[in-house]
Each structure stands twice: as C-alpha cells, then as structure tokens.
Design a protein around this ligand. Structure first.
Ligand code: NAD
Ligand code: AKB
Length: 317
C-alpha cells in the first residue's frame, strides 16, 4: 500500500490517530510528522519526520521518500492561540493547507482536512446548525477553516484531488493535552477534578457547545476517508457531533463520580467571545446519511472512560 502521512502528528488528535492508523495498516506504513520533536518515551510507533507544513519542499520530500498516498493534514493553530497570533495562524493554517494540497495534486494523494465548529459565526443558525448554511466566522481561526473547506472543495472539483473533511466540535481526550483552543476547558476540568477536586473554568456556566470523545473523532476521520466516494454529496466538510453540554452540566456529571468536586468561574473575555460566536449544536444528519456516521460515546460513557483512563495516567486513586 501507499503510505499515510500525518502532519501535526504530536498534537491532541495526531497522538491517537497515528496509533489507530498503525493498528489498521501496520505502524511502518504511518509516517508521523510535526514541527516539534517527540518527547523521549513518547515517540510515535512508526517513522517520524520533521516537517514544517508551510515549507513545500519538506512536504514534497517526505511524500516522495515514503510513497505517501494519503495525508491527514492536522497541523494548525487552534482558535485561542490563533486569536493571539492571527498572522502566524494565517501562514500555518492556510499556507500549510495550500502546500499540502499542491503536493497532493502533483503526487496523487488523498487529503483529510479537519475543519471545526469554528467555521461558523454569530449569523449562523445557532441550534441544530444545518450542514449547508451561512458561514461568516468572526475569528481568524474560523476564517482559515471556511477558506480551507472551500480550497479543499476547489482542489477536488478543479484537479480531482480526493479531499474530505469534518467539522469537529471540541474534542476531549486523555492521551495528549489540547493545543490552545476555546473548548480546552472540557479537558482541563478532568485533570483538575482528579488532582485537586476543584476547577476554575474560563467559560461561563451556561456556555453550550457540542463536544466529542476522541475515540469517536478518530473513528469519524478514518471512516470518512474509507467511505464510498460515490455516496458523498458533500466533501468539505461534514458536521459531526456526539455530546452537547455546558460547563455546569459537565461538572455535575463529574460530580456523580467525584462527589466533592466543585467548579467556579473566572471568565476569559476572549475565549468567551469566541465560544459565544459558535453554534450551540450541530445537525450531523448529512454525515449519518452519506457515510454512516454514528458515535459510540454519550456524556455518561465519555465521563466514565475519561476518569478511569486519566486516573491510570496520573497514577491517582
Ligand atoms: P494541536 O494543537 O494539539 O496539534 C497541532 C500540531 O501541529 C502540534 O503538534 C504542532 O506542533 C503542529 N504544528 C504547528 N505548526 C506546524 C507547522 N508549521 N508544521 C507542522 N506542524 C505544525 O491540534 P489538534 O487538536 O490535534 O488539532 C488538529 C486539527 O484538528 C487542527 O486543524 C484543528 O483545527 C482541528 N480541530 C481540532 C479540534 C480539537 O478540539 N482538538 C476541534 C476541531 C478541529
Ligand atoms: C478550539 O477550541 O479551537 C477547537 C475547535 C472546536 O476547533 N477545539
């Protein structure tokens, strides 16, 4: 088989996607790459290459060296970091994607591009946001996600590149920490609940957002890339979701396992404004109809699994 390249592979998604792809296709066939070097003891199971995705020569070299046929392009700045450094966010998020698409056009690679609920804005319908709707985001992250979706569709229509994408909600996981997003509170809260029995949340108690547990996010990416192309009416990018809650609801769910857990709030105006510009919930029926999307984890199952695995990781009681 032609190999699979993962960019941004040391991040929150890549750390688990590389392992899942390796279990499916053999670790030697999955090339992990990042602009950081892996920590000692946390090396990816297969080959690793330093690749700055904004350098076309580096992307091109690694694709040719390993005869890559599919690229999961994860390298990106997330919403909160992007808002601190909008110029860098444009260079990495758009420049990186453009170079990955160009290399894919020349080398006949398929491309997975993760978009986000951040691709929507305050004028988007807030509840059960439809698959096809108004997208006028007010963050630089959202601007790069909408533009990225359009660029991926363009490369498919114009050059026949097999581009596919998902609009992920906030992702919750215990393997690698999140990388500077607005939804990071939903990961931090678990660490703090186990370590300190209390958490100070940077979003307000009633901020409602869609979320997803990482095993579902990994399954969605792999299933979409393996879906029958003739069934796809959409490509970039599918709404997907699995759980929906506010910080106070997540805290209550954690309290069912840790009764003395408490939460308070110190709202960060920047991240609160970003969250307030995003939908309350997504309609993911197009993903369900076109390629059989079906999540495995609801809020209860996710919370239980997070706490079990994080306690093991943190060697906590
Ligand atoms: P992350 O921040 O955890 O990881 C991103 C990785 O990209 C990091 O390891 C970083 O070192 C690397 N990187 C940064 N600049 C780079 C460059 N120039 N070249 C190569 N690598 C570079 O992000 P993540 O959470 O794993 O997200 C991956 C993708 O999924 C992003 O496109 C993100 O927008 C999208 N997404 C994530 C979430 C989420 O909740 N995690 C939700 C929606 C969409
Ligand atoms: C972020 O908060 O930036 C990400 C996302 C939802 O895209 N988690």
């Amino acid at each position: 088989m032609r190999r699979i390249l993962v960019t941004g592979a040391l991040g929150q998604i890549g750390s688990e996607l590389v392992t899942a792809l390796g279990e499916r296709h053999g670790t030697e066939n999955i090339v992990a790459s990042d602009i950081r070097m892996p920590a000692k003891g946390a090396e990816p199971p297969g080959p690793f290459e330093y690749v700055d995705c904004t350098a076309k020569r580096l992307v091109d070299e690694v694709v040719r060296k390993y005869d890559v046929g599919t690229i999961y392009h994860l390298a990106s700045l997330l919403s909160a970091t992007a808002e601190e450094k909008p110029q860098v966010a444009w260079d990495v998020n758009m420049g990186g994607l453009y170079r990955v698409l160009e290399v894919s056009r020349k080398n006949h690679c398929a491309v997975f591009f993760p978009s986000s609920i951040g691709a929507f804005g305050p004028s988007t319908p807030r509840n059960k946001t439809p698959q096809d709707t108004l997208q006028r985001p007010t963050t630089i992250y959202g601007v790069t996600k909408v533009a990225g979706e359009l660029l991926c569709d363009y490369y498919h229509q114009r050059f026949g590149v097999d581009t596919r994408g998902l609009r992920y909600p906030g992702l919750i996981s215990y393997v690698a920490p999140p990388g500077g997003g607005t939804t990071d509170y939903a990961v931090e809260i678990f660490y703090q609940a186990i370590r300190n029995r209390r958490y100070t949340c940077f979003l307000g108690p009633t901020t409602r957002l869609d979320m997803m547990y990482m095993p579902d996010a990994i399954k969605a990416a792999i299933d979409l890339m393996n879906a029958d192309a003739s069934r796809l009416k959409h490509r970039n990018a599918f709404n997907v979701t699995s759980v929906n809650f506010t910080p106070e609801q997540l805290a209550a769910e954690i309290r069912a396992h840790i009764p003395d857990f408490s939460i308070d709030y110190e709202v960060d105006p920047v991240r609160q404004a970003i969250a307030d510009s995003w939908p309350d919930s997504l309609d993911d029926s197009a993903a369900r109809e076109e390629w059989g999307w079906q999540p495995d984890y609801d809020l209860e199952a996710m919370t239980r699994d997070m706490l079990v695995n994080l306690r093991k990781k943190l060697k906590a009681d």
